[in-house]
Design a protein around this ligand. Sequence first.
Ligand SMILES: C[S@@+](CC[C@H](N)C(=O)[O-])C[C@H]1O[C@@H](n2cnc3c(N)ncnc32)[C@H](O)[C@@H]1O
Length: 267
Amino acid sequence: MMAALAATELPVIEAEIASLGPWFHNLHLPGGIQTAPAHPLGDFPAFKWQEIAPHVPHDLDGWKVLDIGCNAGFYTFELARRGADVTAIDVDPHYLAQARWAAGRLGLQHRVRFRQMQIYDLVREPGEYDLVWFMGVLYHLRHPLLALDIVRRRTRRLMVMQTMTMPGDQVAMVPEDLGLDERARMQDPGWPVMAFIEKRLRRDPTNWWAPNHACVEAMLRSSGFGVLGRIAHETYLCEPRAGDADELGMVDEELRAATGTGEEEHP
Ligand SMILES: C[S@@+](CC[C@H](N)C(=O)[O-])C[C@H]1O[C@@H](n2cnc3c(N)ncnc32)[C@H](O)[C@@H]1O
């Protein structure tokens, strides 16, 4: 339990919140203080967590968790409160400064560590995590399948992924092999497709892709994840699955070449 705030502390904390802003996560801090109480999406991401939380093991004691694109650490802190040891990464030092400050305010600094890095840097990080938290990042990546292939190699037990999607829940039956002259079928409703956003979406130049639901599931399967369920809007609970050996071998080779992590030097 954290001690109640002294009256003189409140303005100091509010000034710190203002100086660390703008905030994307509305964190609830001791003393009823919030970091973004007027968030345009509402109490974000607390309302999303309410939906997802029942599907995540309640006791994460002894679990190693990786939060990719942690932002100000809302999910990192919730998972740490369940007992997990959380490593949280983000590319943006602005958000990491918020997360580090908030960890101190919440008294969770001994359970969490924040690192500034790209998701692709995980290819050079040894080890696996019992739970990988991968929310709100995939569509910001120019190379989403590369990222999923890397995330798969860091996942031991569970992975929770959320991505912005294209509208539409249909899933078409995709044949094992499609003839060259059958390509019109790719325009059928429910065929796995991903829209490329060359310009901007919601004024954000880092929104690159919007897959449909069928495509999200297909990409997850193709990267070696089994989808256990859609636990909230655009949110998937997954577990690692062994795929076809040849297919995985092919992916390994491409992954090595794309990331420069090959063991052999080619002349
Ligand atoms: C839309 S926010 C999602 C934040 C949080 N995961 C959530 O679901 O509320 C995307 C976050 O991913 C981070 N990010 C974007 N590209 C990244 C990359 N290539 N590697 C690591 N983090 C990235 C951003 O800085 C930002 O904090």
